[in-house]
Design a protein around this ligand. Structure first.
Ligand code: 13P
Ligand code: SF4
Length: 305
């Protein structure tokens, strides 16, 4: 089958079976083309709460599929590739955060959405990279324990100097591996390009950037900018999607290492097999986990707007 034929069959099956496909922007172009909704993790969370279809196929990583299940517990939710986890989401578990909370009883626990459903049960509110500053600014408590990403946490803290943040040593191994020297080198090679980076990058990289924001934030920034050249400091698929969308502009990779194997675990053929019922994993969570964990996702949507 050609790519087009596979896509046509996916579109046919999705309609026949009334399945909604959500795809994170880090998925490949051929998957984004057949998805009902694509975007960053905030947009996907909001769509997860709204979709009418009884079955949702998440092309992304496990915490994203869990978020759909938390918000729509009665729906059948399928993760496109069972092995697609997010290493950051596995870095801290519930027991560890319960111990930390005992040390900081007066702090509001803000969890990056890149966490397990189990960990979310002991947190107060979730944030995504695009909503973190807005949500943290609206929290009444000035003391915030931000987990697990210390780089995103530090970025948010820099935007909200009146609040006190406690950070732990977690983060995205892919974004955090980019060194400030690479950013300086890229800027030297492309002096006319704007550097746009994800806040999961280390503060030394974010400090050199012209814009720091989520995957959708970076794409929107390009859309709204008059500049012709950009260095893209997030998963490399974003540079590719942007090149398709804006063929007259130039996009450079900040680092060839910005490749998330987990986000790339899903292929177009996997999507077809999921719809045929021979691939994917149905997400199942204990009722008590759903009850406790969904509070902080709902709070995020309430405060994030
Ligand atoms: P976004 O919230 O920007 O979609 O980021 C999710 C993610 O996993 C980035 O690495
Ligand atoms: Fe997780 Fe990093 Fe991959 Fe995003 S890019 S899914 S934070 S490992």
């Amino acid at each position: 089958m050609t790519i087009r034929e596979v896509q046509d069959e996916i579109l046919r099956l999705k309609k026949e079976k009334n399945v909604c496909i959500l795809a994170h922007s880090y998925q490949t172009h051929d998957i984004l083309e057949i998805a009902d909704f694509t975007g960053d993790s905030y947009l996907l969370s909001k769509k997860a709460a709204e979709v009418e279809a009884q079955e949702v196929l998440m092309c992304g990583v496990r915490f994203m599929a869990e978020t759909v299940k938390l918000l729509s517990p009665d729906k059948r939710v399928i993760l496109s590739s069972p092995e697609a986890g997010c290493p950051m989401a596995e870095q801290m578990d519930r027991e560890m955060i319960e111990c930390v909370k005992e040390k900081y009883p007066d702090y509001t626990v803000v969890a990056y959405i890149n966490t397990t459903a189990e960990l979310k049960t002991v947190c107060d509110v979730c944030v995504t990279s695009s909503s973190a500053v807005k949500i943290c600014s609206q929290i009444e408590n000035d003391h915030i324990l931000f987990i697990p990403d210390c780089n995103l946490g530090q970025f948010v803290a820099s935007q909200l100097p009146d609040k006190e943040f406690k950070l732990l040593q977690g983060g995205c191994p892919i974004h955090a591996a980019v060194r400030p020297e690479e950013a300086l080198q890229a800027k030297k090679l492309h002096p006319n390009a704007l550097l746009l980076v994800h806040p999961e990058c280390v503060p030394g990289v974010s400090a050199l950037a012209d814009y720091v924001g989520s995957t959708s934030g970076i794409m929107d920034h390009v859309r709204d900018s008059n500049a012709d050249e950009f260095i893209i400091g997030t998963e490399n698929s974003i540079a590719q999607h942007l090149q398709f969308a804006y063929p007259d502009k130039k996009f450079y990779l900040l680092s060839k290492g910005l490749l998330c194997q987990n986000m790339k675990a899903t292929t177009l053929i996997d999507v077809l097999h999921c719809l045929q019922g021979s691939a994917g994993e149905e997400i199942e969570l204990p009722a008590e986990t759903i009850r406790q964990a969904r509070r902080c996702i709902e709070k995020m949507i309430e405060l994030g707007g």
